[in-house]
Ligand binder design. Sequence first.
Ligand code: NAD
Length: 358
Amino acid sequence: MTARIVVLPGDGIGPEIAEQAMRVLGALGLDLDLQQAPVGGAAYEISGHPLPDSTLELARSADAILFGAVGDWKYDQLDRALRPEQAVLGLRKALGLFANLRPAILYEELANASSLKPDVVSGLDILIVRELTGDIYFGQPRGVRILEHGPYAGQKQGYDTMHYAQGEIRRIAHVAFQAAARRQGRLCSVDKSNVLETSQLWRSTVIDVAREYPQVELSHMYVDNAAMQLVRAPKAFDVIVTGNLFGDILSDEAAMLTGSIGMLPSASLNASRQGLYEPCHGSAPDIAGKNQANPLAMILSVAMMLQYSLDQPASALRIEQAVRHVLAQGLRTPDLYEPGTTRVSTTEMGDAVLKALK
Ligand code: NAD
């Protein structure tokens, strides 16, 4: 069956890296229907909105969405609702993308790029599964009120509400257990159940779901300890599952273990496995149009798309192996360049991956 893929290149380096990703997709010999649409600042210029209805409809009808990056400083003065970054939030909401998967892989060849000692991180391969649509970021009530009683009476107080329903916890737990079953079979659930009611329900619900996955070894960790262990002994983790707030922080921490923002793909999935795949970095306006951007995070996002939404694990593996091959050859875009390696442009890196695929 033909897989429908919508490519949303976006702004800045988005179109440059999306082009390389499409070349790689085209070389796999798969039955694909590829369509492109504007998003972010590029869409605002054409239609006055960062996520036009036509783009959203196309995205809804797709099996998977490949998203480049959005944003530029020139849009900073716009109303919040019209800023390019709102397109990502709008797509997440409209498509119900509740599961965010962020691998943090440190290829042996790039071990020096990390700020940690090479022996602590070399060969690192962990996956963080973050719940994306609930938690304190979306909980009601929230706001700023005037306190009537107590030592701060008369002053403003900001407040937010953390909550998770059992169903929300269960569905993200299933995604994480299934991912762990395909990997080394170890899942660590991160919470703060020594303090938070929400976390106590989180923990007991994850334990409940675990009965369906006897092949996966489940452990639990408080979030403060997890933050420490990620820099102390990150290779001890296989898959981590956590809520929106803790996941926001831990996934950025894990990303930095690899030291190279241009290498990190991500996936956001909904209940029917429709997904949005994008690099973790932004639109990098400082290097846009210079043919300097590292396209590998975007190309690795294609591999995630093949694995999680299109059920093509063999093609995903081919891409991952091609990326390993070009790194082993010593090819580096400027963000990863170090003496003794060969500096290449965005398009040259794309050429090299294509060659390695063949
Ligand atoms: P950024 O990730 O765009 O850039 C941070 C630094 O990393 C820059 O020096 C940049 O040149 C470099 N960099 C990023 N990706 C790279 C790549 N593939 N190859 C080589 N170098 C790379 O973050 P920022 O500068 O804080 O934000 C720039 C714009 O991107 C802002 O408008 C921001 O809102 C937006 N943004 C968008 C997304 C998204 O589209 N999902 C995510 C984050 C930021």
